[in-house]
Write a protein that binds this ligand. Structure first.
Ligand SMILES: [Zn+2]
Length: 112
């Protein structure tokens, strides 16, 4: 079982949370122009990486707030947490924040 740290409530058991899947998926702006395949990809296709993954979690049995976590899918280690108002906070070091910034820039580059 994972020990997940809610940014507002502190460390809690995984059973108190609901996983909302992959984070940072942006809804296409002009959905009328999408093909069925593109719309299907947006709705259903998700990454399943071996390694670092950004996920959305909700503290269902606590404060009922959403936040994002950066987790290694191999070791299950959670590397940092992020709320929608606050950038990534590393669990152990400031490195994760730097990685997140670099990752966000890379994703922005792909989107445009
Ligand atoms: Zn909470």
């Amino acid at each position: 079982m994972l020990l997940i740290e809610c940014p507002w409530c502190g460390p809690r058991a995984e059973t108190e949370f609901s996983c909302g899947g992959e984070a940072d998926i942006a809804r296409p702006l002009d959905t009328d122009k999408l093909t069925d395949k593109e719309w299907g990809d947006y709705l259903f296709m998700r990454k399943n990486p071996r390694g670092v993954h950004r996920e959305q979690w909700m503290h269902t049995q606590g404060c009922r707030r959403w936040f994002k976590a950066q987790r290694d899918t191999v070791s299950y280690e959670i590397q940092g947490y992020e709320t929608f108002e606050r950038p990534l906070l590393a669990v152990d070091s400031a490195e994760a924040n730097t990685q997140s910034t670099a990752q966000n820039k890379a994703q922005e580059g792909k989107a445009s």
